[in-house]
Every structure is written in C-alpha cells, then in structure tokens.
Ligand binder design. Sequence first.
Ligand code: SF4
Length: 85
Amino acid sequence: MGQPTWQVLVDFHACEGKRACVDICPTDVFEMQPTTVRNPLFRLKIKIHGGLQAVPVNAEACIGCMECVKACPELAVAVDPVRVG
Ligand code: SF4
C-alpha cells in the first residue's frame, strides 16, 4: 500500500492571513500570497494582516498531521484523505 495522500483546502473567506499554518507546517505546504478574494469586506479584513492569505501550494507534501487544522484561529484549513481507486 502506498502513502496516503491528503487534500488541503483553505477557506479564503475565513483566512485572515495570520500565517499560523505557514509557521507550524513541518513540510512547508503553505505559502503566503496576495489575496484573490473579491468581496470588498473580506478584502478589508485581510488587508489588516497585510493583504496576504495562506495558499496550499505544496499540498502533495502534506503528511496529514493536522497541525495546521488545530493551529488556525479562523478554522480556515481543512485536511482530508484522498480516496484512491
Ligand atoms: S496536515 Fe500537517 S503536513 Fe499537512 S498541511 Fe497541515 S500542517 Fe502541513
């Protein structure tokens, strides 16, 4: 049996860019990037923290430890096993 793979999702209408996931992830799955959210109210909220949000650019490196899920103060990160076959 191969290694399980994981789907890493960030809710960009919840992420406030506090980078808890970036700092805690042992495999550097996340990267801070300029927000792509269009809603002006959300943009304003995100701007307070520098206009950046955490993007799972390296999701294939996820080991499913769930540290990011526990660390996010906005409950914006979801990590789920990917079913194969
Ligand atoms: S579950 Fe663990 S390895 Fe996967 S993205 Fe979150 S902190 Fe990183």
